[in-house]
Write a protein that binds this ligand. Structure first.
Ligand code: FAD
Length: 391
């Protein structure tokens, strides 16, 4: 039975409650056992958070990038892995919502997602492409009105617990490595054979081992727009902005603990300012810079989307450089801020069983520069800067 989609205010309040009451309770266990955050995902599903960005005319909440980033960052302050699951889901759904091209299959898929609150995972990585999402080895094989696809993924977050997986592949066996399409696979369309483990430093709750995916589905499940366009206009903006909001959330969580600590020291010595308060003030500058960076670009994306000029504006070099700079700046800043917060709190932040523990946030934040390597991104920016003239 259809229900009214929750507003941003309702979802924001729900995610805040889920962070404080559900994620806070289970995050350490999720991390310790490198297990999927079932409890948080169930609560998000219950709150109808998975259809937050589906357009209102299809029954969703139609949230903006800025609003989605707010939800993701709220959760990240408590559990980076749960927030990453939510951010990755929004990233894939954003691609579908913006590039369905009027396809009856994809329109109905979004209506069904609103009802069922499906969780979407993605497989863009592949054994042999070395972290370059814009090239594929595997190819879609078309036979009549169906296709088959086999892919060896290096990393597939929460694929075993998702309802839907979105996969990149070459358009066909003759296509070049970067002539890619995006394919949507639903339960029953695919099997997964786990090929590697996921015993990592951080982001352990994303449960992202390697998989061999074997699939077959109707042709209509291939997105009607080339992946090159989807990547430039949606996948890069959604991933870089929402990941940056997430990394800001992790940093804000650590900064918040440091602030609580400094205030507790100050209360014990009325009339004096603890020396760590200066370090906290300095750290606040970095946190604020980071927040305005992701929020500014989220607002810019929302303005472009509202004006309907995404197809012209988002593929431009100037926008691509902004996205690259956001990703590298925020992924570098997050572990630096957590490190600064740890220096302020000292041994209580180093201890895993203290309320000021920084270990999980620190380890989670270290994944940021690897999730699409900053070096790889810098190399792409360097090439673009050779031909780009800022107005
Ligand atoms: C928590 C987490 C979750 C993930 N979830 C998923 C998922 O759900 N689905 C999915 O498909 N993938 C996922 N990934 C994988 C991710 O998208 C990247 O593909 C992967 O992290 C890149 O792997 P890599 O470091 O081996 O690749 P590479 O980019 O090849 O980097 C390897 C090394 O080469 C260097 N390098 C590469 N290119 C250049 C260059 N041009 N110049 C200089 N140095 C360079 C890098 O700096 C690095 O040292 C996830 C990753 C993480 C950390």
């Amino acid at each position: 039975m259809s229900q009214t989609a929750p507003s941003f205010a309702t979802l924001n309040e729900a995610v805040r409650r889920i962070a404080q009451e559900v994620a806070a309770k289970h995050a350490d266990d999720v991390d310790a056992r490198a297990r999927f955050p079932h409890e948080v995902v169930a609560a998000l599903r219950e709150a109808r958070a998975f259809s937050a960005l589906v357009p209102k005319d299809l029954g969703g909440s139609g949230l903006t990038m800025r609003e989605l980033g707010t939800l993701v960052s709220t959760l990240a302050q408590v559990c980076g892995s749960s927030a990453m699951v939510l951010a990755m889901h929004y990233n894939q759904l954003g691609c579908i919502a913006r590039h369905h091209g009027g396809s009856p299959f994809f329109l109905q898929f979004m209506r069904d997602l609103v009802e069922r609150q499906w969780l979407i995972a993605s497989i863009t990585s592949e054994v042999g492409t070395f972290g370059d999402t814009r090239s594929s080895i595997c190819a879609v094989q078309r036979e009549g009105d169906r296709f088959t696809l086999v892919k060896e993924a290096t990393t597939g977050s929460y694929c075993a617990d998702a309802d839907v997986i979105v996969v990149t592949a070459r358009r066909d066996a003759q296509a070049g490595a970067s002539d890619q399409v995006l394919v949507l696979l639903q339960e029953g369309d695919y099997t997964l054979e786990q090929t590697t483990t996921w015993d990592t430093m951080g982001m352990r709750g994303t449960v992202s081992p390697g998989f061999k995916l074997t699939s077959g589905a109707p042709i209509e499940q291939i997105m009607p727009v080339s992946f090159g366009d989807i990547a430039a206009q949606s996948m890069v903006p959604y991933s870089h902005i929402l990941w940056s909001s997430l990394w800001w959330g992790i940093a804000a969580g650590a900064h918040g603990k440091a602030a609580t600590y400094v205030r507790s020291v100050a209360r014990k010595n009325p009339g004096t300012t603890p020396p760590t308060a200066v370090a906290l003030a300095e750290l606040s500058v970095e946190l604020q810079t980071m927040r305005h960076h992701w929020q500014g670009l989220a607002d810019e994306f929302d303005a472009i989307a509202a004006a309907g000029t995404g197809a012209e504006e988002l593929p431009k070099i100037g926008w691509a450089l902004k996205m690259n700079s956001l990703k590298t700046a925020c992924s570098d800043a997050a572990p630096r801020i957590v490190h600064g917060a740890l220096q302020i709190v000292g041994i209580l932040g180093y201890k895993n069983d203290s309320p000021f523990a920084m270990g999980r946030a620190y380890r989670d934040a270290l994944s940021a520069s690897l999730m699409i390597s900053n070096e790889r991104i810098a190399a792409k920016s360097a090439a673009m800067l050779l031909v780009f003239k800022d107005e």
